[in-house]
Design a protein around this ligand. Sequence first.
Ligand SMILES: [Zn+2]
Length: 200
Amino acid sequence: MDPIERLGSMFERFPGIGPRQAGRFVQFLLRSSPSYRRELVDALQQLGGSVTQCTRCMRFHTGRGGICGICGNTQRDARFLAIVASDVDVSALERSGTYRGYYFVLGGTISLASEKTSNLRLSELLLHIGDTAYPYTEAILAFPANPEGDATATRVREELADIAAARDIKVTALGRGLSTGSELEYADPDTIQSAFESRR
Ligand SMILES: [Zn+2]
């Protein structure tokens, strides 16, 4: 296969990327410097070698085995668990500097077309919330402000209802400081802060 077509077809497999955007990525790489391309190849190779999944929050990290730097940090506020859709949402909340609790990465949102939940770590989440080693008093649903995020929040609330009641953990959701349709990863720190303050 022609290398340009090959790379384009690989980009098309990325979430949310169609043939047009994949083509633009390839054009960008064709125009970029050899040193940038080497850096990209190097970053991709390192992904294979040193990335592991945190056994507590489920996000991928480059530390050595076990739990990630956030979960291993005992200075964080142990009362709060933010449940997010994906790893990039953890990065967005960390960048905002607003939130100091711990995280659980669900691994996606419910697709409204299929209503499938098999890709979500719901059973892992239940085990996590049920684990009395974690002294949570509040679980904060921090999903994107779109129909998929809302459907996921509804489903997670249902799943958590019994165990949260049994453990006296309040389940809240981020307020609509986030404008409708916005993804956490693109929200600015002030917006994220107001979404946290208006959670209910
Ligand atoms: Zn972790």
